[in-house]
Structure formats: C-alpha cells, structure tokens
Ligand binder design. Sequence first.
Ligand SMILES: Cc1cc2nc3c(=O)[nH]c(=O)nc-3n(C[C@H](O)[C@H](O)[C@H](O)COP(=O)(O)OP(=O)(O)OC[C@H]3O[C@@H](n4cnc5c(N)ncnc54)[C@H](O)[C@@H]3O)c2cc1C
Length: 379
Amino acid sequence: MDFSFNETQQMLRDTLARYLADTYDFDTRRKWIAGEAGRDPGIWRALATELGILGAPFAEAHGGLGGGAVENMIVMEQLGEAIAIEPYLQTVVIGGGALKAVGGAVADSVIPQIIAGDAVIAFAYAEPQGRYELSNLRTTARRDGAGWVLNGHKAVVYGAPWATHLLVTARTGGGQRDADGIGLFLVEANRPGIVRRDYPTVDGFRASEVYFEQCAVGAEALLGGEGDALPLIEQVVDEAVAALCAEATGVMRRLHTGTMDYAKQRKQFGRAIADFQVLQHRLVDMFMEVEQAVSMTLMATLRLGLPAAERSAAVSQAKARIGRGLRFTGQSAVQIHGGIGITDELAIGHYFKRATMIEGQFGSVDHHLARYEALALAD
Ligand SMILES: Cc1cc2nc3c(=O)[nH]c(=O)nc-3n(C[C@H](O)[C@H](O)[C@H](O)COP(=O)(O)OP(=O)(O)OC[C@H]3O[C@@H](n4cnc5c(N)ncnc54)[C@H](O)[C@@H]3O)c2cc1C
C-alpha cells in the first residue's frame, strides 16, 4: 500500500512547518500565553489568509482546498510539533466537521467564515458529571416558539474565551443518559444568557466554564434533526480523536528529538549521558513509540469513513495505544533531562504537559480500551 502524501499534501505540510519554524518559537509562545488574550490572534489570521491552512479539509465550493481527514492529520501533526495554541481542533476539525456533515444553509454561511479566519468555534460538550460519556447531559434545550431555550453548565470548554460560536450538546428530551433526545446547536458566543468563567489550562490554552441561563436561540441554531444528534456527535468526536492522535505524534517526536539532543550535550561523570547504555535503550524505546503513533494515527484516519462501529473501534485502538506512548515518552523525556526537565524555562516540560493533557482529552487509555473491547466483542 502506498501511504505517501500527494504533491498538495506535501506542500501543505512543508508550508505550515516552515511558517511555524519562523514564527512559533518557544519564547514567543511563552510570551503570548502570559499575555492577557493568551495567544496572538494575528497567527490565526495568517493561517487563514497567508497560508490558506484553515480551508484544508473543506470543499472547494466553500472556498477550501478540497481535502479531508488526511489534511487535518497533516496540519495537527505540525501544530503538535510546535505545541501551537491555535484552536484548529475545535474550529476546523470539530466545528467544521459537524457543519460539513449536516450541510445546508448554516454550513454554506459558517464554513467560509471559518476558512477566512472570522469564525472561531469552541465545543461545549463536557459536563461535570459526564466523564467521557457523550450522552450524559443535564444541559437542556427547551422548545420556545420556533426557537429554543438553553440551560445548563458545560465544563472545561477549550478555546471558549476566543470563540465567536459555541457548538453545544443539549438534551431536547429523554433521561440524563439516554442516547435519544440529544440535539447539537451552533450558538453565537456573545448571545444573552451565556456566562463564562475563563481560566488558563496547564498546557497553555484558555478554557471556560460556560453557563447557559435561559439562553434563547433561533430555530436555525439546531444542526440536523431534533433529538437524534448522538451519531453525528460520535462521528465528530471520532474525527477529533484521530486529529488529536496526529497532534500527539508531533508532540512525541519533539519529546524524543529534544531529549536526544539534550542527552548528547549533558555531561555527568565526565561523559555525555547519551553514552550510558541504559539511556540509549530508553531513547530507542521512545523512538519506537513515535513510530507506532505515526502508524496508528494513519490507520485511524484512513478508517474514519467506515461504518460507525469499525470507525470507532479503530479510533479507540489508536487513542489507547498512543495514550500509553504519550505517557512513556513524556515521563522518559523528563526523567532523562533530570531536574531541569520540569522547569518552566525549558520547552521539554511544556511538551510533557501537552502530552499529559492529550492523554486524557476525549477519553483516557482505560476508556478507549473498554470502548474498543465492547465494539470488538459486539461482532
Ligand atoms: C522537584 C525537585 C526539587 C529539587 N530540590 C533540590 C534541592 O532542594 N537541593 C538540591 O541540591 N537539589 C535539588 N534538586 C536537584 C536534584 O537533586 C537533581 O535534579 C537530581 O539529583 C538529578 O540531577 P540532575 O538534574 O543534574 O540530572 P542529571 O544528573 O543530569 O541526570 C540526567 C539523566 O541522566 C541519568 N544519568 C546520570 N548519570 C548516569 C549514569 N552514570 N548512568 C546512567 N544514567 C545516568 C539520570 O538518571 C537522569 O535520567 C531537585 C530536583 C527536583 C526535580
């Protein structure tokens, strides 16, 4: 099988890699994170207008590059290498993915805004009691004339302080954990009745607790049908997990290469610590984890178009394997660096933090192993 990228995909990867190498150095990233906004919005604008990256997975009819999941994989891997704090996952992969899947007037209106860098989306799906269960929802959407009224609390909404739109899961009917009775809504982030408590996350992003208090939205806010959105949400989250796996490969690659470079120059007992065989073995094991992550990500990405059970099984397989790899490469990088590996001044600790957060995002290793087991045994 030929897994090589075509010319456009190579160009996409090389262009983004060059741009990030020129603009996204570690010290500049630290400065943005410490600033009030938590990022430089000019970067997002440049990704849209100078590089055209935000159109990578969208149809040419919407102004995109005509790509799909493979293009998202390429972009996310590069963003991972730079531990970039850009909301590509939330806006393009998740928001864009949901809009692509439902199509229609909202997609025709919002997708071009995403591509232009004008629309930034945050995914408000998790709730304090929900753990990784997408259907465990207390947030409600109650019919009100032609529109809806939202009430509830969404936890750790990544990128919400930067968002123009929130993609919200809410219960239109049924009990708290029912698969039926779930709706997906795209809501302007500045709508009356939305209250946010913003905070920085350990991996350099900004997130919010988002409270909907009698928030009235129009009929057009509902994406797809009333109460039958769970399969769509599961599809979008599977696409997000595959993209996160791609980001993880970029993070892990830098954990490995950064640690190897350090071990070659750090001297103890009169020798570079890379001379010690026990550390060489550890570095080789880290390299193997990176290569495994590349293969698993590709496998999951190429299976995103399969029927739901096969798609989800592949995605959970990849996330479980890569979750272990993230922990191993992250902890090994810190261990081999010694004490300096946990300082704020050195990049390696920041890669470790992002690796740790990815490990738990959209499901831990245990969650995805259990999900894979259930799907595999169902055959
Ligand atoms: C949270 C924290 C608090 C600390 N507090 C203090 C403190 O209060 N006072 C203080 O003096 N120090 C403190 N330290 C420093 C600590 O003592 C050192 O970090 C520790 O001894 C390791 O030394 P190093 O960081 O120089 O790592 P290095 O010696 O550079 O080791 C780096 C890596 O190389 C490996 N390595 C080194 N030599 C060999 C070898 N011969 N064979 C095989 N592998 C080898 C190590 O196992 C490690 O994986 C603290 C460190 C931390 C993380």
